[in-house]
Design a protein around this ligand. Structure first.
Ligand code: SF4
Length: 188
């Protein structure tokens, strides 16, 4: 039987608030979860603001395309780390626009991050979706209890990374070929 809950979150409540506390205490933001899903070392680079976005064509184009597409939603000003593209308050749905449908699970992490913080702020369950820039199609982002547990585990991993002065060791993987940090890593 699900534990008793004082909110509509039901048996998600404890995990959602644990996630919120980790995000606030370690200043975690959504993009970090996307990076961590792909590579721990990449997440550390991003966390420490070590990049060369101004030199990488893909990163520059991605940033410009995102800014042109639509302005950020300002209705969540004051909620730490929450800056999704669109929020449907009526249907409790958060939508994040993305440049492509690639790395779908990694991209979903960022959108889940927003949904979890909105759940913590409102005490209600939210759904999430990604929208591909230039199209109207929305790709639903699943949120079940095990996804929330995964996000808590990742937040704990990021909290450890945040305290580390050294980048985790690199191991070559498929994503390295297109990784925007590959020059820093020595894989290029
Ligand atoms: S090049 Fe590979 S190992 Fe290095 S940060 Fe990118 S994904 Fe990680």
């Amino acid at each position: 039987m699900a534990p008793l809950s004082s909110t509509e979150l039901g048996d998600w409540e404890e995990l959602v608030y644990r996630f919120r506390d980790l995000a606030e205490n370690f200043h975690l933001h959504g993009l970090l979860f996307q990076h961590l899903e792909l590579c721990e070392r990449r997440a550390w680079f991003h966390m420490n603001r070590i990049d060369y976005a101004h030199l990488d064509e893909r990163m520059r184009l991605g940033a410009v395309s995102h800014e042109i597409h639509r302005p950020r939603d300002h209705s969540v000003t004051g909620l730490i780390g929450v800056a999704p593209d669109r929020i449907d308050w009526e249907y409790r749905k958060v939508i994040e626009a993305k440049g492509s449908a690639g790395a779908r699970e990694a991209v979903s992490m960022q959108t889940r991050f927003y949904a979890l913080l909105l759940m913590a702020a409102t005490g209600q369950r939210w759904s999430a979706a990604n929208e591909i820039i230039g199209g109207r199609k929305q790709l639903p982002v699943a949120i079940e209890r095990h996804h929330i547990q995964d996000m808590v585990d990742m937040a704990e991993q990021l909290a450890v990374l945040a305290e580390s002065n050294l980048a985790p060791p690199a191991s070559k993987k498929a994503v390295c070929k297109s990784c925007s940090y590959r020059y820093l890593c020595g894989f290029e």
